[in-house]
Design a protein around this ligand. Structure first.
Ligand SMILES: [Zn+2]
Length: 254
């Protein structure tokens, strides 16, 4: 049995060396509590599963894509008082990302998609900084924002809610506790109007917001909802990967 040729961790030099990879995909998760019923690796598991499925479809459409190992640590400065939430500061992430981009550039792989799975991660300013000095085209997406979830879920939720729980039930049903054991994911809102209305932004102090570490009610989650949504997400991202693989970086604008 051989590994999937678009998953770097499963491939060998024998198959990598003769392949002209066009797009590298860097999934980026987090290690954090997700209500009472989802594992700490939730964001990593979702990134692994959805990036692989997106890449599979793109590969089968002829795009030479390669999924790099998922970075398991995200920005969790608002959850440091929750046991074993592990924070990686944005400045550390920038250093990690810079080293990976430099590696790819030296090897002639000049397109990188950051496949983000954690709300506290934001790579845009890092990408702007890289843009000034690197020949690698770097872009990013948040997988949970690629397809409008409202037709799929009654109440998608932010963190450990119906969307995430459904996707996890689809991907790794054995790692999800019964939703009857989950909290309702209710979240306290800011007292200050501008912050509550979200036209002024500040990070939230998680333990002040949520009693169960979740934000969003998971109780209506099902594996079927997760499967339908994951399918739509993978399909859309696969289309983007195929477009990016074929694109001429010197001719990106209409
Ligand atoms: Zn999550």
């Amino acid at each position: 049995m051989t590994g999937r040729p678009y998953i770097l961790a499963e491939t060998t030099w024998k198959s990598v060396e003769p392949t002209d990879f066009e797009v590298a995909i860097l999934p980026w998760g987090a290690t954090e509590a997700h209500n009472f019923h989802l594992p700490y690796g939730t964001d990593v598991i979702e990134c692994d599963g959805l990036a692989a499925e997106s890449a599979r479809r793109a590969w089968e459409a002829g795009a030479k894509v390669i999924v790099l190992p998922t970075v398991p640590f995200g920005v969790n400065t608002g959850q440091l008082d929750i046991k074993l939430c592990l924070n990686m500061n944005p400045s550390t992430q920038a250093a990690v990302l810079g080293d990976i981009v430099d590696s790819l550039e030296g090897q002639g792989i000049n397109k990188l998609l950051i496949f983000n799975g954690h709300g506290g991660n934001d790579f845009r300013q890092m990408i702007r900084e890289i843009q000034a000095t690197s020949g690698v085209f770097v872009c990013s997406l948040n997988w949970y924002q690629c397809v409008d979830p409202t037709p799929y879920f009654a109440e998608p939720g932010d963190h450990g809610g119906e969307l995430e729980t459904s996707v996890m039930m689809h991907l790794v049903p054995d790692l999800v506790l019964p939703v009857a054991e989950a909290g309702d994911g209710s979240a306290r809102r800011f007292r200050i109007q501008g912050l509550r209305e979200r036209w002024v932004w500040a990070p939230r102090q998680w333990t002040s917001v949520s009693a169960d570490t979740g934000v969003g009610n998971p109780h209506a989650a099902t594996a079927e909802k997760g499967a339908r949504y994951a399918d739509a997400v993978a399909q859309r991202i696969a289309g983007f990967l195929t477009d990016l693989a074929a694109a001429d970086l010197d001719d990106l604008y209409e």
